[in-house]
Write a protein that binds this ligand. Structure first.
Ligand code: NZQ
Ligand code: ZN
Length: 387
Protein backbone atom coordinates (compact mmCIF):
# COMPACT_ATOMS: atom_id res chain seq x y z
CA UNK A 1 0.00 0.00 0.00
CA UNK A 2 1.24 3.52 -0.81
CA UNK A 3 1.63 6.29 1.74
CA UNK A 4 -1.26 8.74 1.70
CA UNK A 5 -2.85 11.70 3.44
CA UNK A 6 -6.57 11.61 3.96
CA UNK A 7 -8.49 14.73 4.87
CA UNK A 8 -12.17 15.37 4.32
CA UNK A 9 -13.21 18.55 6.03
CA UNK A 10 -16.77 18.36 4.66
CA UNK A 11 -19.42 17.96 7.35
CA UNK A 12 -22.20 15.73 6.01
CA UNK A 13 -25.75 15.98 7.32
CA UNK A 14 -27.35 12.85 5.91
CA UNK A 15 -31.01 11.87 5.89
CA UNK A 16 -34.51 13.26 5.96
CA UNK A 17 -35.13 16.74 7.32
CA UNK A 18 -31.52 17.93 7.47
CA UNK A 19 -32.06 21.11 5.47
CA UNK A 20 -32.40 23.20 8.64
CA UNK A 21 -28.60 22.99 8.90
CA UNK A 22 -28.52 25.74 6.25
CA UNK A 23 -28.99 28.14 9.16
CA UNK A 24 -25.36 27.34 10.02
CA UNK A 25 -24.20 29.22 6.93
CA UNK A 26 -24.20 32.36 9.03
CA UNK A 27 -20.89 31.16 10.49
CA UNK A 28 -19.38 32.28 7.15
CA UNK A 29 -20.95 35.74 6.94
CA UNK A 30 -24.22 37.24 5.83
CA UNK A 31 -24.26 37.31 2.01
CA UNK A 32 -24.86 34.07 0.08
CA UNK A 33 -24.60 33.37 -3.62
CA UNK A 34 -27.26 30.69 -4.27
CA UNK A 35 -26.32 28.60 -7.32
CA UNK A 36 -28.77 26.27 -9.03
CA UNK A 37 -29.59 24.67 -12.37
CA UNK A 38 -32.46 24.73 -14.80
CA UNK A 39 -35.35 24.69 -12.34
CA UNK A 40 -35.71 21.19 -10.85
CA UNK A 41 -35.34 22.67 -7.35
CA UNK A 42 -38.18 25.10 -8.00
CA UNK A 43 -40.47 22.33 -9.23
CA UNK A 44 -39.74 20.16 -6.19
CA UNK A 45 -40.27 22.93 -3.65
CA UNK A 46 -36.70 22.68 -2.34
CA UNK A 47 -35.90 26.21 -3.53
CA UNK A 48 -38.70 27.76 -1.43
CA UNK A 49 -37.73 25.73 1.63
CA UNK A 50 -34.07 26.68 1.37
CA UNK A 51 -34.75 30.38 0.75
CA UNK A 52 -37.00 30.49 3.81
CA UNK A 53 -34.34 28.96 6.08
CA UNK A 54 -31.67 31.31 4.71
CA UNK A 55 -33.75 34.46 5.07
CA UNK A 56 -35.06 33.43 8.51
CA UNK A 57 -31.40 33.10 9.50
CA UNK A 58 -30.74 36.68 8.45
CA UNK A 59 -28.78 35.81 5.30
CA UNK A 60 -29.16 37.89 2.14
CA UNK A 61 -29.32 36.01 -1.15
CA UNK A 62 -27.95 36.74 -4.62
CA UNK A 63 -28.77 34.14 -7.29
CA UNK A 64 -26.90 32.43 -10.09
CA UNK A 65 -29.46 30.26 -11.86
CA UNK A 66 -29.54 28.24 -15.06
CA UNK A 67 -26.29 26.34 -14.56
CA UNK A 68 -26.17 23.84 -17.41
CA UNK A 69 -25.50 20.09 -17.24
CA UNK A 70 -21.81 20.00 -18.25
CA UNK A 71 -21.48 23.49 -16.71
CA UNK A 72 -20.08 26.18 -18.94
CA UNK A 73 -17.30 28.61 -18.17
CA UNK A 74 -19.69 31.43 -19.09
CA UNK A 75 -21.82 30.57 -16.01
CA UNK A 76 -18.72 30.46 -13.85
CA UNK A 77 -17.66 33.91 -15.07
CA UNK A 78 -21.13 35.28 -14.36
CA UNK A 79 -21.05 33.83 -10.85
CA UNK A 80 -17.58 35.18 -10.05
CA UNK A 81 -18.66 38.65 -11.22
CA UNK A 82 -21.79 38.46 -9.03
CA UNK A 83 -19.63 37.59 -6.02
CA UNK A 84 -17.30 40.50 -6.62
CA UNK A 85 -20.09 42.99 -7.30
CA UNK A 86 -22.15 41.97 -4.24
CA UNK A 87 -19.37 41.31 -1.71
CA UNK A 88 -20.52 37.72 -1.37
CA UNK A 89 -19.27 35.79 1.69
CA UNK A 90 -20.08 32.21 0.69
CA UNK A 91 -21.45 30.11 -2.16
CA UNK A 92 -24.31 27.62 -1.73
CA UNK A 93 -25.00 25.12 -4.52
CA UNK A 94 -28.33 23.30 -4.60
CA UNK A 95 -28.44 20.67 -7.32
CA UNK A 96 -26.44 17.95 -9.02
CA UNK A 97 -22.74 17.74 -9.76
CA UNK A 98 -22.88 20.39 -12.48
CA UNK A 99 -24.28 22.98 -10.09
CA UNK A 100 -21.82 22.11 -7.33
CA UNK A 101 -18.86 22.09 -9.74
CA UNK A 102 -19.87 25.49 -11.08
CA UNK A 103 -20.21 26.82 -7.52
CA UNK A 104 -16.72 25.62 -6.63
CA UNK A 105 -15.01 27.47 -9.46
CA UNK A 106 -17.22 30.52 -8.85
CA UNK A 107 -15.99 30.48 -5.22
CA UNK A 108 -12.39 30.38 -6.41
CA UNK A 109 -13.00 32.86 -9.24
CA UNK A 110 -14.41 35.34 -6.73
CA UNK A 111 -10.95 35.48 -5.11
CA UNK A 112 -8.98 35.61 -8.37
CA UNK A 113 -8.07 38.60 -10.50
CA UNK A 114 -7.80 36.80 -13.85
CA UNK A 115 -10.23 34.78 -15.98
CA UNK A 116 -11.64 31.76 -14.04
CA UNK A 117 -10.85 29.54 -17.05
CA UNK A 118 -7.22 29.79 -15.92
CA UNK A 119 -8.28 28.06 -12.68
CA UNK A 120 -9.92 25.28 -14.68
CA UNK A 121 -6.75 24.68 -16.66
CA UNK A 122 -4.54 24.78 -13.57
CA UNK A 123 -5.98 24.05 -10.12
CA UNK A 124 -2.73 25.09 -8.43
CA UNK A 125 -3.64 28.69 -9.31
CA UNK A 126 -6.49 28.48 -6.79
CA UNK A 127 -4.92 30.25 -3.81
CA UNK A 128 -8.14 31.27 -2.07
CA UNK A 129 -11.85 30.57 -2.35
CA UNK A 130 -15.06 31.59 -0.65
CA UNK A 131 -16.53 28.82 1.54
CA UNK A 132 -18.62 26.38 -0.51
CA UNK A 133 -21.76 24.66 0.81
CA UNK A 134 -24.00 22.21 -1.02
CA UNK A 135 -27.40 20.54 -0.95
CA UNK A 136 -27.22 17.50 -3.22
CA UNK A 137 -30.18 16.54 -5.43
CA UNK A 138 -28.64 13.89 -7.70
CA UNK A 139 -26.47 10.95 -6.66
CA UNK A 140 -23.59 10.66 -9.09
CA UNK A 141 -20.46 12.75 -9.11
CA UNK A 142 -19.45 12.93 -5.45
CA UNK A 143 -18.80 16.65 -5.92
CA UNK A 144 -20.57 17.19 -2.59
CA UNK A 145 -17.58 15.70 -0.77
CA UNK A 146 -14.57 16.09 -3.04
CA UNK A 147 -12.19 18.74 -4.30
CA UNK A 148 -12.91 18.46 -8.01
CA UNK A 149 -14.89 20.51 -10.50
CA UNK A 150 -15.33 19.86 -14.20
CA UNK A 151 -16.05 22.84 -16.46
CA UNK A 152 -16.59 23.09 -20.21
CA UNK A 153 -15.80 25.67 -22.86
CA UNK A 154 -17.89 24.29 -25.68
CA UNK A 155 -16.77 27.04 -28.05
CA UNK A 156 -13.36 25.32 -27.99
CA UNK A 157 -14.65 21.75 -27.44
CA UNK A 158 -12.84 21.66 -24.12
CA UNK A 159 -13.91 20.08 -20.85
CA UNK A 160 -11.37 19.86 -18.04
CA UNK A 161 -11.36 18.87 -14.42
CA UNK A 162 -9.68 21.08 -11.87
CA UNK A 163 -9.27 20.56 -8.14
CA UNK A 164 -8.23 22.21 -4.93
CA UNK A 165 -8.63 21.44 -1.24
CA UNK A 166 -9.84 25.03 -0.93
CA UNK A 167 -13.09 24.24 -2.75
CA UNK A 168 -14.05 21.12 -0.81
CA UNK A 169 -17.50 21.89 0.57
CA UNK A 170 -17.56 23.03 4.20
CA UNK A 171 -20.88 21.27 4.68
CA UNK A 172 -23.20 19.24 2.45
CA UNK A 173 -26.79 18.26 3.09
CA UNK A 174 -27.55 14.80 1.71
CA UNK A 175 -31.28 14.13 1.95
CA UNK A 176 -32.14 11.12 -0.24
CA UNK A 177 -35.75 12.29 -0.59
CA UNK A 178 -34.47 15.16 -2.77
CA UNK A 179 -33.47 12.55 -5.34
CA UNK A 180 -36.96 10.98 -5.59
CA UNK A 181 -37.69 13.21 -8.60
CA UNK A 182 -34.54 12.31 -10.55
CA UNK A 183 -35.50 10.85 -13.95
CA UNK A 184 -34.75 7.23 -14.91
CA UNK A 185 -32.13 8.49 -17.39
CA UNK A 186 -30.27 10.54 -14.75
CA UNK A 187 -30.69 7.82 -12.11
CA UNK A 188 -29.01 5.33 -14.43
CA UNK A 189 -26.32 7.80 -15.50
CA UNK A 190 -25.58 8.68 -11.89
CA UNK A 191 -25.26 5.03 -10.93
CA UNK A 192 -22.91 4.42 -13.85
CA UNK A 193 -20.83 7.46 -12.85
CA UNK A 194 -20.28 6.32 -9.26
CA UNK A 195 -19.53 2.80 -10.50
CA UNK A 196 -16.99 4.23 -12.92
CA UNK A 197 -15.31 6.24 -10.13
CA UNK A 198 -15.08 2.98 -8.22
CA UNK A 199 -13.68 1.02 -11.19
CA UNK A 200 -11.10 3.75 -11.81
CA UNK A 201 -9.84 3.24 -8.23
CA UNK A 202 -10.33 -0.54 -8.13
CA UNK A 203 -8.24 -1.47 -11.16
CA UNK A 204 -4.92 -0.37 -9.71
CA UNK A 205 -1.35 -1.57 -10.04
CA UNK A 206 -0.60 -0.95 -6.37
CA UNK A 207 -0.22 -4.20 -4.44
CA UNK A 208 -1.39 -4.78 -0.89
CA UNK A 209 -4.19 -2.21 -0.72
CA UNK A 210 -6.67 -4.95 0.05
CA UNK A 211 -9.02 -2.95 2.24
CA UNK A 212 -9.46 -0.34 -0.49
CA UNK A 213 -10.24 -3.13 -2.98
CA UNK A 214 -12.80 -4.64 -0.62
CA UNK A 215 -14.41 -1.24 -0.12
CA UNK A 216 -14.62 -0.81 -3.91
CA UNK A 217 -16.40 -4.15 -4.21
CA UNK A 218 -18.87 -3.11 -1.51
CA UNK A 219 -19.65 0.14 -3.36
CA UNK A 220 -20.08 -1.72 -6.67
CA UNK A 221 -22.40 -4.31 -5.11
CA UNK A 222 -24.45 -1.53 -3.53
CA UNK A 223 -24.90 0.18 -6.91
CA UNK A 224 -25.76 -3.10 -8.62
CA UNK A 225 -28.38 -3.87 -5.97
CA UNK A 226 -29.97 -0.46 -5.55
CA UNK A 227 -29.66 1.11 -9.03
CA UNK A 228 -32.43 -1.10 -10.48
CA UNK A 229 -34.60 -0.62 -7.37
CA UNK A 230 -34.33 3.17 -7.68
CA UNK A 231 -35.36 2.87 -11.35
CA UNK A 232 -38.40 0.73 -10.54
CA UNK A 233 -39.37 2.58 -7.35
CA UNK A 234 -38.10 6.17 -7.54
CA UNK A 235 -39.34 6.90 -4.01
CA UNK A 236 -37.69 3.91 -2.36
CA UNK A 237 -35.83 5.66 0.46
CA UNK A 238 -33.26 2.94 1.14
CA UNK A 239 -32.38 2.63 -2.54
CA UNK A 240 -31.92 6.39 -2.89
CA UNK A 241 -30.02 6.57 0.42
CA UNK A 242 -27.60 3.78 -0.44
CA UNK A 243 -26.92 5.27 -3.86
CA UNK A 244 -26.41 8.71 -2.37
CA UNK A 245 -23.82 7.56 0.13
CA UNK A 246 -22.14 5.27 -2.42
CA UNK A 247 -21.72 8.26 -4.74
CA UNK A 248 -19.96 10.27 -2.05
CA UNK A 249 -17.67 7.45 -0.91
CA UNK A 250 -16.68 6.48 -4.45
CA UNK A 251 -14.67 9.65 -5.03
CA UNK A 252 -13.92 11.25 -1.65
CA UNK A 253 -10.48 9.63 -1.43
CA UNK A 254 -11.50 6.65 0.69
CA UNK A 255 -11.11 4.17 -2.18
CA UNK A 256 -8.13 5.90 -3.71
CA UNK A 257 -5.77 6.72 -0.82
CA UNK A 258 -2.91 4.20 -0.77
CA UNK A 259 -3.99 2.56 -4.04
CA UNK A 260 -3.38 5.48 -6.43
CA UNK A 261 -3.69 4.91 -10.16
CA UNK A 262 -4.36 7.25 -13.08
CA UNK A 263 -7.94 7.31 -14.34
CA UNK A 264 -8.48 6.60 -18.02
CA UNK A 265 -12.17 6.05 -18.79
CA UNK A 266 -12.93 9.52 -17.45
CA UNK A 267 -10.46 11.36 -19.70
CA UNK A 268 -11.94 9.50 -22.67
CA UNK A 269 -15.51 10.36 -21.65
CA UNK A 270 -14.68 14.00 -21.03
CA UNK A 271 -13.69 14.25 -24.70
CA UNK A 272 -17.08 12.83 -25.75
CA UNK A 273 -18.89 15.43 -23.62
CA UNK A 274 -16.54 18.21 -24.74
CA UNK A 275 -17.32 17.59 -28.40
CA UNK A 276 -20.90 16.33 -28.21
CA UNK A 277 -22.27 17.59 -24.84
CA UNK A 278 -23.53 14.13 -23.90
CA UNK A 279 -24.52 13.01 -20.38
CA UNK A 280 -21.34 12.07 -18.49
CA UNK A 281 -22.65 8.82 -16.96
CA UNK A 282 -23.99 7.58 -20.29
CA UNK A 283 -20.62 8.09 -21.94
CA UNK A 284 -18.93 6.19 -19.10
CA UNK A 285 -21.37 3.27 -19.35
CA UNK A 286 -20.70 2.97 -23.08
CA UNK A 287 -16.92 3.12 -22.72
CA UNK A 288 -16.44 0.94 -19.63
CA UNK A 289 -17.16 -2.54 -21.07
CA UNK A 290 -15.25 -1.62 -24.25
CA UNK A 291 -12.25 -0.56 -22.16
CA UNK A 292 -12.47 -3.79 -20.10
CA UNK A 293 -12.49 -5.88 -23.31
CA UNK A 294 -9.47 -3.90 -24.55
CA UNK A 295 -7.60 -4.69 -21.32
CA UNK A 296 -8.42 -8.40 -21.49
CA UNK A 297 -7.43 -8.66 -25.12
CA UNK A 298 -4.15 -6.76 -24.90
CA UNK A 299 -2.94 -7.33 -21.32
CA UNK A 300 -3.34 -11.00 -20.33
CA UNK A 301 -1.45 -10.20 -17.11
CA UNK A 302 -4.54 -8.26 -15.95
CA UNK A 303 -6.94 -11.18 -16.38
CA UNK A 304 -6.65 -12.22 -12.73
CA UNK A 305 -7.78 -8.80 -11.49
CA UNK A 306 -10.84 -8.82 -13.74
CA UNK A 307 -11.53 -12.38 -12.59
CA UNK A 308 -11.46 -11.22 -8.94
CA UNK A 309 -13.98 -8.57 -9.89
CA UNK A 310 -16.18 -11.30 -11.41
CA UNK A 311 -15.94 -13.55 -8.37
CA UNK A 312 -16.32 -10.94 -5.66
CA UNK A 313 -18.86 -8.63 -7.27
CA UNK A 314 -20.84 -10.93 -9.57
CA UNK A 315 -20.41 -14.22 -7.65
CA UNK A 316 -19.02 -15.95 -10.75
CA UNK A 317 -16.92 -19.08 -10.55
CA UNK A 318 -14.57 -20.93 -12.89
CA UNK A 319 -11.20 -20.35 -14.57
CA UNK A 320 -9.75 -16.83 -14.51
CA UNK A 321 -10.19 -16.16 -18.20
CA UNK A 322 -13.76 -17.40 -18.34
CA UNK A 323 -14.75 -15.47 -15.21
CA UNK A 324 -13.03 -12.27 -16.37
CA UNK A 325 -14.81 -12.36 -19.73
CA UNK A 326 -18.16 -13.12 -18.12
CA UNK A 327 -17.66 -10.26 -15.66
CA UNK A 328 -17.25 -7.82 -18.54
CA UNK A 329 -20.43 -9.09 -20.17
CA UNK A 330 -22.27 -8.86 -16.82
CA UNK A 331 -21.15 -5.24 -16.59
CA UNK A 332 -22.47 -4.50 -20.08
CA UNK A 333 -25.76 -6.28 -19.38
CA UNK A 334 -26.16 -4.32 -16.16
CA UNK A 335 -25.76 -0.96 -17.87
CA UNK A 336 -27.59 -1.65 -21.11
CA UNK A 337 -30.32 -4.15 -20.15
CA UNK A 338 -30.98 -3.70 -16.44
CA UNK A 339 -30.40 0.07 -16.26
CA UNK A 340 -31.67 0.57 -19.84
CA UNK A 341 -28.82 2.87 -20.84
CA UNK A 342 -27.76 3.68 -24.41
CA UNK A 343 -25.28 1.03 -25.49
CA UNK A 344 -23.16 2.80 -28.08
CA UNK A 345 -22.05 6.23 -29.25
CA UNK A 346 -24.63 6.40 -32.02
CA UNK A 347 -27.36 5.93 -29.43
CA UNK A 348 -26.27 9.20 -27.73
CA UNK A 349 -26.18 11.09 -31.01
CA UNK A 350 -22.51 10.72 -31.97
CA UNK A 351 -23.00 9.72 -35.57
CA UNK A 352 -19.60 10.60 -37.05
CA UNK A 353 -16.01 9.70 -36.35
CA UNK A 354 -14.41 12.88 -37.65
CA UNK A 355 -13.15 14.10 -34.27
CA UNK A 356 -11.95 10.75 -32.90
CA UNK A 357 -8.32 11.47 -33.64
CA UNK A 358 -8.30 14.88 -31.98
CA UNK A 359 -10.31 13.58 -29.02
CA UNK A 360 -8.00 10.58 -28.61
CA UNK A 361 -4.93 12.76 -28.67
CA UNK A 362 -6.29 14.95 -25.87
CA UNK A 363 -7.52 11.99 -23.81
CA UNK A 364 -4.20 10.15 -24.15
CA UNK A 365 -2.46 12.95 -22.25
CA UNK A 366 -4.57 11.98 -19.21
CA UNK A 367 -4.03 8.22 -19.47
CA UNK A 368 -0.28 7.96 -19.00
CA UNK A 369 -0.22 6.38 -15.55
CA UNK A 370 -3.44 4.41 -15.80
CA UNK A 371 -4.04 0.70 -15.08
CA UNK A 372 -2.85 -0.09 -18.59
CA UNK A 373 -1.21 2.65 -20.63
CA UNK A 374 -3.39 3.95 -23.47
CA UNK A 375 -1.88 5.54 -26.57
CA UNK A 376 -3.76 7.75 -28.97
CA UNK A 377 -4.17 4.75 -31.30
CA UNK A 378 -5.51 2.58 -28.47
CA UNK A 379 -8.09 5.23 -27.63
CA UNK A 380 -9.17 5.57 -31.27
CA UNK A 381 -9.72 1.80 -31.32
CA UNK A 382 -11.80 2.06 -28.11
CA UNK A 383 -13.91 4.90 -29.59
CA UNK A 384 -14.33 2.81 -32.78
CA UNK A 385 -15.49 -0.21 -30.82
CA UNK A 386 -17.90 1.98 -28.81
CA UNK A 387 -19.34 3.49 -31.99
O1 NZQ B 1 -30.56 21.74 -13.82
P1 NZQ B 1 -31.69 21.13 -13.10
O2 NZQ B 1 -33.00 21.71 -13.43
O3 NZQ B 1 -31.44 21.06 -11.61
O4 NZQ B 1 -31.83 19.60 -13.63
C1 NZQ B 1 -30.78 18.65 -13.53
C2 NZQ B 1 -30.09 18.38 -14.86
O5 NZQ B 1 -30.95 18.60 -15.94
C3 NZQ B 1 -31.41 17.34 -13.22
N1 NZQ B 1 -31.63 17.13 -11.79
C4 NZQ B 1 -30.76 17.25 -10.76
N2 NZQ B 1 -31.34 16.93 -9.60
C5 NZQ B 1 -32.63 16.62 -9.89
C6 NZQ B 1 -32.82 16.75 -11.28
N3 NZQ B 1 -34.00 16.50 -11.87
C7 NZQ B 1 -35.02 16.14 -11.08
N4 NZQ B 1 -34.91 15.98 -9.74
C8 NZQ B 1 -33.74 16.22 -9.12
N5 NZQ B 1 -33.64 16.03 -7.79
O6 NZQ B 1 -30.48 16.37 -13.69
C9 NZQ B 1 -29.81 16.89 -14.81
C10 NZQ B 1 -28.34 16.57 -14.72
O7 NZQ B 1 -27.75 17.26 -13.63
P2 NZQ B 1 -26.16 17.36 -13.50
O8 NZQ B 1 -25.86 18.16 -12.30
O9 NZQ B 1 -25.58 17.77 -14.80
O10 NZQ B 1 -25.76 15.82 -13.29
P3 NZQ B 1 -24.54 15.16 -12.52
O11 NZQ B 1 -24.72 15.27 -11.07
O12 NZQ B 1 -24.42 13.83 -13.12
O13 NZQ B 1 -23.28 16.07 -12.91
C11 NZQ B 1 -22.58 15.87 -14.11
C12 NZQ B 1 -21.39 16.80 -14.20
O14 NZQ B 1 -20.41 16.52 -13.16
C13 NZQ B 1 -19.13 16.28 -13.76
C14 NZQ B 1 -19.51 15.70 -15.09
O15 NZQ B 1 -18.44 15.72 -16.01
C15 NZQ B 1 -20.65 16.61 -15.51
O16 NZQ B 1 -20.16 17.83 -16.00
N6 NZQ B 1 -18.33 15.45 -12.87
C16 NZQ B 1 -17.89 15.99 -11.71
C17 NZQ B 1 -17.05 15.30 -10.85
C18 NZQ B 1 -16.58 15.88 -9.57
N7 NZQ B 1 -16.91 17.10 -9.25
O17 NZQ B 1 -15.86 15.23 -8.82
C19 NZQ B 1 -16.54 13.97 -11.16
C20 NZQ B 1 -17.31 13.29 -12.23
O18 NZQ B 1 -16.52 12.28 -12.77
C21 NZQ B 1 -17.83 14.15 -13.32
O19 NZQ B 1 -16.86 14.37 -14.33
ZN1 ZN C 1 -17.50 10.69 -13.26
Amino acid sequence: MNNFTYSIPTVIHFGRGQLHHLSELKQSGSRVLLVYGGGSIKRSGLYDEAVKILTDSGLSITELSGVEPNPRIESVRRGAELCKANNIDMVLAIGGGSTIDCAKVVAAGACYDGDPWELVLDGSKIKAALPVYSVLTLSATGSEMDKYAVISDLSKNEKWGTGSDLVKPVMSVLDPTYTFTVSPKQTAAGTADMMSHTFENYFTNVRGAELQGNLCEAVLKTCIKYGPIALAEPENYDARANLMWAGSLAINGLLKGGAEVGWCVHPMEHELSAFYDITHGEGLAILTPVWMRFVLKNYPSKTAQLASYGRNVWNLSGEDSEVANKAVEKTAEFFFDTMKMPANLRAVGITEKVHFEEMAEKAAAGCEDSFVPLTKEDIISIFDAAF
